[in-house]
Design a protein around this ligand. Structure first.
Ligand code: ZN
Length: 273
């Protein structure tokens, strides 16, 4: 990545460092996000490592570095090598929710088998109203999606009455996704502040992505999280970002090069995601 040296007033320098500290972000990441927002670059772009077809076939070998992923976005979700937990990317930080329920802020550089990120900048915000189940969230968001043929990033913040989440545990390399899902742990959280990090993807994209809605949860204290199975809340703040630039980085790992990716993964994805 190029290095940019600029002269700024010391008051602004202090404000940047304070904001980065409060958000648990690096100064680099915060300045990138702020410049990107100001210059409106890649506002509608998403970056993805690998494909859902490869994941279903058990291609879970790390392909692209976490630093490269964070160069392309600050908000998203994914998984880890050997399906070792659920990935949540929020405010430029990567969190790993493992099968034992522990959450780790991953600051190291490691390789990722599958992830999607955007520079989150909402086009629209709304109040969800009462949410008694995940379907209510989908209904609240559906009417605000302009088209069923574009992708959307969704950020929902607030106080959740209940969250039912899961995390897949570490498995031997090459385990297929349907078998990985059998090894998952499930968690129930109640009265918890946090964020749903999610995407909506069109049905036609099933070979690349998980069609429909896909949410991962992270609590405000960054101590709890997982792939969301169900949830309820009295009201949530919802931000939507329309995405129409789709940048996919295909792995050049041996397992990806030799996998049979000719099957339609839609049925397997519907079962496990
Ligand atoms: Zn998930």
């Amino acid at each position: 990545m190029p290095t940019l040296t600029v002269a700024i007033p010391s008051s602004l320098d202090g404000a940047v460092r304070e904001a980065a500290g409060q958000r648990g972000q690096s100064v680099d990441c915060l300045v990138c996000a702020a410049l990107s927002e100001y210059l409106n670059s890649h506002h509608h772009g998403m970056y993805q490592i690998s494909t859902s077809s490869a994941l279903v076939e058990g291609v879970d070998e790390g392909a692209v570095s976490s630093r490269t992923l964070l160069e392309h976005g600050d908000f998203g979700l994914g998984t880890f090598e050997n399906f070792d937990g659920e990935m949540v990317i929020i405010d430029g930080a990567i969190y790993q929710v493992r099968g034992d329920g522990s959450v780790t802020h991953r600051k190291d550089d490691f390789r990722i088998p599958f992830a999607i990120v955007v520079r989150f900048q909402e086009d629209e915000e709304l109040e969800s109203g009462a949410i008694s189940c995940l379907k209510d969230i989908e209904r609240a968001c559906d009417s605000h999606r302009e088209s069923g043929n574009l992708f959307y990033a969704l950020r929902l913040d607030g106080h959740f009455d209940n969250i039912h989440a899961r995390a897949v545990g570490r498995l031997s390399p090459g385990t297929r996704l349907v078998d990985a899902a059998k090894e998952q742990s499930e968690f129930h959280f109640s009265n918890i502040e946090g964020t749903l990090v999610g995407f909506w993807s069109p049905r036609y994209s099933s070979s690349f992505n998980v069609p429909g809605y896909h949410f991962h949860f992270i609590s405000n204290d960054r101590a709890k999280g997982g792939h969301v199975l169900e949830c309820s809340a009295s009201a949530l703040r919802v931000g939507l970002q329309m995405l129409f630039e789709y940048d996919v980085r295909l792995p050049d790992t041996p397992s990806f090069l030799t996998a049979d990716l000719s099957n339609d993964p839609a049925v397997a994805l519907a079962k496990v995601e």
